[in-house]
Design a protein. Structure first.
Ligand code: SAH
Length: 378
């Protein structure tokens, strides 16, 4: 794809630019398509169009995802003229690291700058079961959850599939130095992945492909705020990928207060879509439930929640609220978090409390970007 078409595409993707005068616009003249946007089949097609052998696609994938080279020139088993053609046509790096912060617990937070100067964040979390990368799916977000930092300033644009894939590649390259591997991926960074569905699906295919990053479907989690039509579409894909719903409230009225999207997608219809998902895929769903002090964290709320999800193959993940200066929510006291957990357990619900990572480095969604790039989030 030449740079004019790509520039046009990026412009099409820019949906809301709230403060264009504040945004330093780069000369977009030499923008190139990211090579990471291509599925293996698409790469074969491109090669064929260029009069090249399709088997080169697997070789290129090997350089990209196994050897993880940083220049096309290092792809030494490709003919020189093909390397040159690749170099002219595509970018091997569309994200540049502007901040890399490491926390005491090993969490690493990256702030990347995109080709058009917007910034996104990506987080590496260390667990006893492996290394998990939390990726961003959009620049900003238009869902407007009242507790979330990612939505401050609205949506700037969708990410291209390659920009999401490259976040994982960049983190893997950082881990290569220590001989470690990214084993898990969660789509829980900035943005609503189901609002950027096609790019999300392409991203999932590339990182899951055995010749790509080869991250097992069961090691990948996608989280949504609840865009109902996309939940059906996702269920019909019948992937083995883990699926999480940000529920946060046990009834319609409270959910509307916390998440304006609940006005468009009603809770009863949402639960119906979730049931469809669990039946169609045979997989359980994770309900994320943020505990907001004095808002949704009483024992009555826990019991109402248990009734709402009764009979659904599921797991509840309780998230003590992350403090966001621009938002007014306060933390639920520890005792009450445990009481809430016990109340759910008593009703036979599977439940865990989310452990915090990197709280000393603003690792919660959107916080680093909100701090470093004030102009983008206002
Ligand atoms: N847009 C998707 C992906 C984001 S995942 C979604 O809504 O699911 C990030 C998770 O953190 C979501 O469950 C989100 O609701 C939650 N979250 C956002 N801000 C938070 C805060 N201040 N405290 C606790 N959880 C928060």
């Amino acid at each position: 794809m030449n740079s004019d078409i790509l520039n046009k595409r990026i412009n099409e993707l820019v949906e809301h630019i709230n403060t264009p005068e504040k945004r330093k616009k780069k000369e977009n003249s030499n923008l190139k398509e990211s090579i990471y946007t291509f599925t293996l089949d698409e790469l074969k097609e491109w090669l064929q169009e260029q009069g090249e052998k399709p088997f080169r696609a697997a070789q290129i994938y090997d350089w990209l995802y196994n050897k993880r080279v940083k220049t096309f020139d290092e792809m030494t088993n490709l003919p020189k003229q093909l390397r040159e053609k690749l170099n002219e046509s595509f970018a091997l790096s569309t994200l540049s690291t502007i901040v890399k912060q490491e926390s005491k617990d090993g969490t690493i937070k990256f702030l990347f700058e995109l080709q058009d100067n917007y910034s996104i964040e990506t987080v590496l979390m260390r667990h006893d079961y492996g290394n998990s990368v939390c990726v961003t799916s959009q620049v900003g977000c238009r869902i407007g959850c009242t507790f979330c930092a990612s939505t401050l300033g609205g949506l700037k644009r969708h990410l291209l599939a390659g920009e999401i894939v490259e976040q994982v590649v960049k983190v893997q390259q950082a881990l290569d130095e220590a001989g470690e591997r990214v084993s898990h991926v969660v789509v829980m960074g900035i943005g609503e992945p189901f609002d950027n569905f096609d790019a999300l699906m392409k991203f999932l295919r590339v990182i899951n492909h055995e010749k790509g990053l080869n991250i097992g479907a069961r090691h990948i989690t996608v989280s949504t705020s609840g865009i109902i039509p996309k939940i059906y579409q996702f269920a019909d894909e019948k992937l083995q990928i883990n699926f999480a719903l940000s529920l946060h409230a046990p009834n319609q009225e409270l959910r509307e207060r916390l998440m304006p999207i609940a006005r468009a997608y009603k809770l009863d219809q949402l639960m119906e879509a979730i049931r469809y998902y669990t039946e169609k895929t045979g997989r359980r769903v994770t309900f994320e439930y943020g505990l907001f002090g004095g808002v949704n964290d009483s024992i009555e709320h826990a019991e109402e929640l248990a009734n709402l999800i009764k009979g659904i193959k599921c797991h509840v993940n309780l998230i003590p609220v992350n403090y966001v200066p621009e938002r007014n929510y306060v933390r639920t006291p520890r005792n009450q978090i445990f009481a809430f957990e016990r109340a759910l357990k008593k009703k036979g619900i599977n439940v865990t409390i989310r452990r915090e990572h990197g709280s000393d480095i603003d690792a919660a969604c959107g916080q680093l970007r909100a701090k470093e790039r004030v102009h983008e989030t206002r």
